[in-house]
Design a protein around this ligand. Structure first.
Ligand SMILES: *Cc1c(COP(=O)(O)O)cnc(C)c1O
Length: 361
């Protein structure tokens, strides 16, 4: 295991400031006292593993990432249990996914050990920033950027991996609420052979305009279809699952969507509970017809940030599929409860998904 050099923040946030943040964390607005960095060069490989005070980066304006977007990231959470210990969920899955994203973006692969140890180091030093209670967590953002100073177009020869952390409140302040989502007919998120299966900033940049259109139509999120406009892909940052009246769960199988760890975990828990699970192409017509004849009873979106969001209706200029006023479905809500119970240590962890980061206190 590589050692991390630790430079403690001599001016950490005052207790009162931190407690103020933890009382009302919101999402992605406040950051902890430290950050992790590891550098990579073609000649030296990964080196300089360190924990440092959180702060702005000094960057050359010719850094490749600022021009060509050679960047990838991950999103995960640390959860505080009733006994005070802090745990995270399937970090090796995030580490392996970051390796796959790196391969697609021509970035170097960081070892699973270095990835998981980076997260552990940051959570241990900033342990006091992990909120307790409710659906609070410490959101962890590992990311990797091409920081070579070079405007030529090729894979960078200088790269940095970092982890930052941000206290997060419950995604739904007033309890889980079903949402309506907007069907983007004009834009695609990804195409065959593109970067859809990689977790890269560029995919998010491309989703912002359609998301503005969704907002203009009263929807929080966008659903993207495949290039032919016939099959479901996913939302801008969440996977989608349909539930049939017979209890079967169906989710799109496509090589241009992001392989969500939340989705995989929910589907495993569903299979444990006796549900049939199908991963296959899913057409928009199947959703429309299934709602019309009652064979599709629930639809939900899932991802680390919101865990699981019931989808009441899909809106587009020509139609609304489903009832925007529909309540959350029982299958979705039971799966959501099951997963969060495991994550917060309120239920046994039959698959060994949880990794302990700090001791009980
Ligand atoms: C991160 C992400 C998801 C959800 O993945 P989880 O591992 O469940 O958090 C889904 N779709 C996209 C496009 C994403 O970037």
């Amino acid at each position: 295991m590589t050692d991390f050099a630790i430079t403690r923040n001599e001016r950490p946030a005052a207790d009162s400031v931190r407690e103020g943040v933890l009382a009302e964390p919101g999402f992605g607005k406040h950051f902890t006292d430290h950050m992790v960095s590891i550098d990579w060069t073609v000649d030296e490989g990964w080196h300089g593993h360190r924990v440092e005070p959180y702060g702005p980066l000094q960057m050359d304006p010719a850094s490749a990432v600022l021009h060509y977007g050679q960047e990838i990231f991950e999103g995960m959470k640390a959860y505080r249990r009733a006994d005070g210990s802090v745990w995270t969920f399937r970090p090796e899955e995030n580490a392996k996914r970051m390796q796959r994203s790196a391969a697609r973006l021509a970035l170097p692969e960081l070892s699973v050990d270095d990835f998981v140890e980076s997260v552990r180091q940051l959570v241990r030093i900033d342990e006091a920033w992990v909120p307790a209670g409710g659906e609070n967590s410490l959101y962890l953002r590992p990311f990797m950027i091409a920081n070579e100073v070079f405007l030529g177009v090729r894979a960078a020869q200088t790269v940095r991996f970092m982890v930052i952390a941000s206290p997060a409140g419950p995604y739904f302040a007033g309890g889980v609420k079903p949402v309506s989502i907007w069907l983007s007919r004009e834009y695609n998120r990804a195409g065959k052979g593109g970067t859809g299966a990689a977790k890269c900033g560029g995919n998010y940049a491309a989703s912002l305009l359609p998301t503005q259109q969704a907002a203009a139509n009263g929807c929080a999120q966008v659903l993207f279809l495949n290039e032919a406009g016939t099959e479901l892909e996913e939302l801008g940052g969440m996977n989608v699952v349909l539930v049939r009246a017979d209890g079967t769960l169906i989710t799109p199988d496509s090589d241009s969507i992001l392989d969500g760890i939340t989705r995989n975990s929910l589907l495993e828990l569903a299979a444990d509970a006796g549900h049939r699970v199908e991963r296959r192409p899913v057409t928009l017509a199947e959703w429309r017809d299934g709602i019309a004849d009652g064979s599709i009873t629930e639809v939900f979106a899932c991802g680390t940030a919101a865990v699981l969001t019931p989808i009441a209706a899909l809106k587009s200029p020509d139609e609304t599929i489903g009832d925007p006023g529909a309540p959350a479905g029982p299958v979705a809500m039971a799966l959501r409860q099951r997963l969060t119970d495991i994550q917060y240590g309120r239920a046994e962890d039959p698959h060994g998904w949880m990794v302990q980061l700090t001791e009980a206190r």
